[in-house]
Design a binder for this molecule. Structure first.
Ligand SMILES: N[C@@H](CCC(=O)N[C@@H](CS)C(=O)NCC(=O)O)C(=O)O
Length: 216
């Protein structure tokens, strides 16, 4: 039994959906509604599974995991037929470097709990919160664009001509950037790679608008 607890527009869950799709692994979708006021991630029943109260959470047979980076690395080792990380050590480090830029330096600053804290405890209004959101994406994307521009290893995708873990991180962050009105035209390499990814079935199937919990 393989079950993914997620939310249609959680970018961390989106990453795992892409990886499962690229590896051809079927799974059952378990929707956890993060919408403020509903907040199913805070329910005792869900926290009994994942005490952090966040998505994604993957159950794969006897294995239960939170944290998308851990889930992605686990999937890559457990199901190595389609690899998301290169076999060469230095290339692998490059893919992890690009991935971490999104996972560690962009996404955590813009997570729902952080935005809720900014608005609630610190009294930021919608304009200030949006400015915060877009600032951290634009700053991170500028660095990512520069890294990709500087390397001959950048290809059709972030690393070469097949999708890697770095693309799995990039595409959901691009989706979020567009949702919040970040000027993505400032990042032509990211846009080109995103377009190439979104032509692939696994990326398309994982998109928020194609999830069972996407509001109709
Ligand atoms: N580092 C975690 C981040 C998980 C995370 O923050 N998920 C968000 C959705 S993208 C969430 O569940 N937020 C709920 C909340 O903040 O209450 C991962 O990559 O899995």
């Amino acid at each position: 039994m393989r079950k993914l607890f997620g939310y249609f527009r959680s970018s961390a869950a989106f990453r795992v959906r892409i990886a499962l799709g690229l590896k051809g692994l079927a799974y059952e979708h378990a929707g956890i509604n993060l919408k403020p006021g509903i907040s199913e991630q805070k329910a005792d029943s869900y926290k009994a599974l994942n005490p952090q109260g966040r998505v994604p959470f993957l159950v794969d047979g006897d294995v239960s995991l939170s944290q998308s980076p851990a889930i992605l690395e686990y999937l890559d080792e457990a199901y190595p037929e389609v690899k998301l990380l290169p076999t060469d050590m230095v290339e692998r480090a490059r893919v992890r470097q690009l991935s971490a830029l999104v996972a560690c330096d962009i996404h955590p600053l813009n997570n729902l709990s952080v935005l809720t804290y900014l608005k609630g405890e610190l009294g930021a209004d919608d304009t200030a919160t949006n400015t915060w959101y877009c600032h951290w994406i634009a700053e991170g994307f500028a660095a990512l664009e520069a890294l990709l521009a500087a390397s001959g290893q950048t290809g059709k995708f972030c690393h070469g001509d097949t999708p890697s873990m770095a693309d799995v991180y990039l595409v959901p962050q691009m989706w979020n950037a567009r949702r919040f009105g970040v000027e993505v035209n400032d990042f032509p390499i990211l846009q080109r790679i995103d377009k190439n990814c979104c032509a692939i079935e696994a990326f398309k199937a994982a998109a928020p608008e194609n999830q069972p919990d996407f509001p109709q």
